[in-house]
Design a protein around this ligand. Structure first.
Ligand code: FAQ
Length: 333
């Protein structure tokens, strides 16, 4: 046995006693990482790398699946047929993202049933942002602009993640997220140019989603146990705080086009670092939401369990069909 890690895959090869095969695998792994190339499923990889990627990728997949709920809730109430079909397509895209990511995670050796079980039993995390309610139509705009916007800022660097299946899945996901962000911005733009009530609704949505969207980037660098190792392995390319700052720099310009404001009286451009500095985030709230105490955690999980149970017949039918196909193939052979 070569490695010592905790459940999340932290720790690892430094304390390892490796067999000659493992030592050779480690040497090749280190060389691939050093030349910024890609690890593929067939390659030897340290157990800690496998575990940490499984953790991050499955949490990401769960986020896409749970993330369908706040918007799906608005499909029947979208203000026009055009808006309804766009929103439906977006929610369907998020389902697709979840599926690519579960498939990519499965290449690391953990099956879909296990991953799903971890979500349904509350052992796996998903993004904090989806535990906030979507109260008005303007929230569809704020989610598209701020939530998908934060997702893109976080995920574009992941297109270069050292694990091949993850990086490749991210390329397609990011293209679709860009469309999502634009549709969100466009909803807000239309509202901001509408009646006073519509403008107020758009500003209110931004006010509620600004801080939770910034929290999507994860805890501050001083409180992020996984970042350092993930960056050494070329999974993450930038720290949580760096990406958060970049994102703030982007939205600070975009909000001017909307003629609205970000709810952050401390927001200022810092000449020295060349970055926009935002106010301190409420990390106690973040911890509460991540550990199940957010406004919608219970509702989101209850709905996911219900949907899983309701989908049992589809899984059974698919398995029966696959068995029949296999039997027919064997008869022909
Ligand atoms: N919420 O040491 P770090 C989307 C956890 S986008 C909940 O900094 P790491 C698109 C973290 O997992 C949203 N938990 O961790 C969409 C870790 O827990 P663990 C999903 C969080 O991994 C849009 C612990 O805190 N995007 O779905 C959060 O280095 C609209 C310590 O944190 C991704 O997952 C959080 N916000 O960095 C869909 C992107 N932040 O496992 C529908 C890929 C941290 O040690 C509608 N993931 N935690 O127990 C990542 O880039 C990273 O995993 C981070 C966290 C940046 C999220």
């Amino acid at each position: 046995m070569a490695e010592q890690t905790d459940d999340a895959g932290r720790g690892g090869s430094l304390t390892a006693v490796q067999s000659p095969e493992e030592a050779e695998g480690q040497r090749r792994f280190d060389a691939i990482i050093a030349e910024d190339s890609r690890i593929e499923p067939r390659d030897w990889m340290p157990e800690a790398y496998r575990k940490s990627l499984t953790r991050q990728m499955s949490q990401h997949a769960h986020s896409e699946i749970i993330g369908m709920q706040p918007e799906a809730n608005w499909i029947t109430r979208a203000p026009s047929l055009k808006r309804k079909s766009i929103l439906m397509a977006k929610v369907q895209d998020e389902a697709g993202h979840g599926l690519y990511l579960y498939s990519a995670t499965e290449t690391l050796g953990t099956g879909r049933d296990t991953l799903n079980d971890q979500l349904l039993t509350g052992r796996a995390k998903y993004s904090s942002i989806f535990n906030y309610p979507a109260r008005t139509w303007a929230d569809m705009g704020a989610i598209g602009w701020l939530v998908d916007g934060a997702a893109i800022a976080n995920q574009v660097p992941l297109c270069r993640a050292s694990y091949g299946p993850y990086g490749r899945a991210m390329v397609r996901i990011c293209k679709e997220e860009s469309f999502h962000q634009r549709q969100g911005f466009e909803i807000l733009l239309e509202l901001s140019r509408g009646t006073e009530a519509q403008r107020t609704m758009a500003q209110d949505a931004i006010n509620r989603f600004y801080a939770p969207a910034l929290m999507m980037f994860g805890p501050s660098d001083t409180d992020s146990p996984n970042s350092q190792q993930s960056m050494a392995w070329n999974i993450k390319r930038f720290s949580n705080d760096d990406l958060r700052q970049r994102f703030v720099g982007m939205i600070v310009e975009q909000v001017k086009v909307l003629g609205l404001t970000l709810p952050d009286p401390e927001l200022r451009f810092d000449e020295e670092s060349g970055q926009w500095k935002h106010r301190d985030l409420d990390w106690a709230e973040f911890k509460r939401v991540v550990s199940g105490g957010g406004p919608c955690n219970a509702q989101r999980m209850a709905r996911r369990r219900e949907a899983h149970e309701e989908g049992a017949w589809v899984r059974e039918a698919a398995a029966a069909y696959a068995r029949r196909q296999q039997a027919e193939k064997e008869q022909v052979a």
